[in-house]
Design a protein. Structure first.
Length: 137
């Protein structure tokens, strides 16, 4: 079983869309769990980041946090992080981590290039019936 990915506080803050000092306060107040390196530096496990990812936009006013969501009629949107991208010919397989769960979407390779998707990016999975579409945030 592969070891869980660990993020530096600066990288974790960037993924969560919060400031580095805010994340450090969360660490000191034990709001977010960390692992200490042999040198005493904090590292945040991937699962901890996933736990807070969906909350990243909760603090803003509703009109502000729904700006990206209003551009499309679908409302079943799950915010997560891209964990893997596999492109084979015309098709791409995108793996997302959403609240500690994994979801996979099959989209065109062109869509991946147009969205400029990369591992670690925050995206929204748009669920419509039997389809899952990706929206870059």
């Amino acid at each position: 079983m592969p070891a869980a990915k660990l993020f530096t506080p600066r990288d974790a803050a960037q993924v969560l869309g919060i400031s580095y000092p805010t994340l450090k306060q969360w660490i000191y107040k034990q709001k977010i769990r960390t692992v200490k390196t042999a040198g005493g530096h904090h590292r945040i496990p991937e699962k901890e980041i996933d736990r807070f990812l969906y909350r990243a936009n909760e603090r803003a006013d509703v009109s502000e946090r729904r700006t990206n969501f209003r551009r499309i009629s679908g409302r079943n949107q799950l915010v997560g992080r891209v964990t893997d991208i596999k492109i084979d010919g015309l098709i791409a397989q995108i793996a997302l981590s959403i609240g500690g769960q994994r979801i996979t979407s099959i989209i065109t390779a062109d869509a991946v290039r147009e969205l400029r998707l990369k591992k670690g990016q925050t995206v929204a999975a748009l669920v419509k019936s039997t389809e899952v579409m990706i929206v870059r945030l």
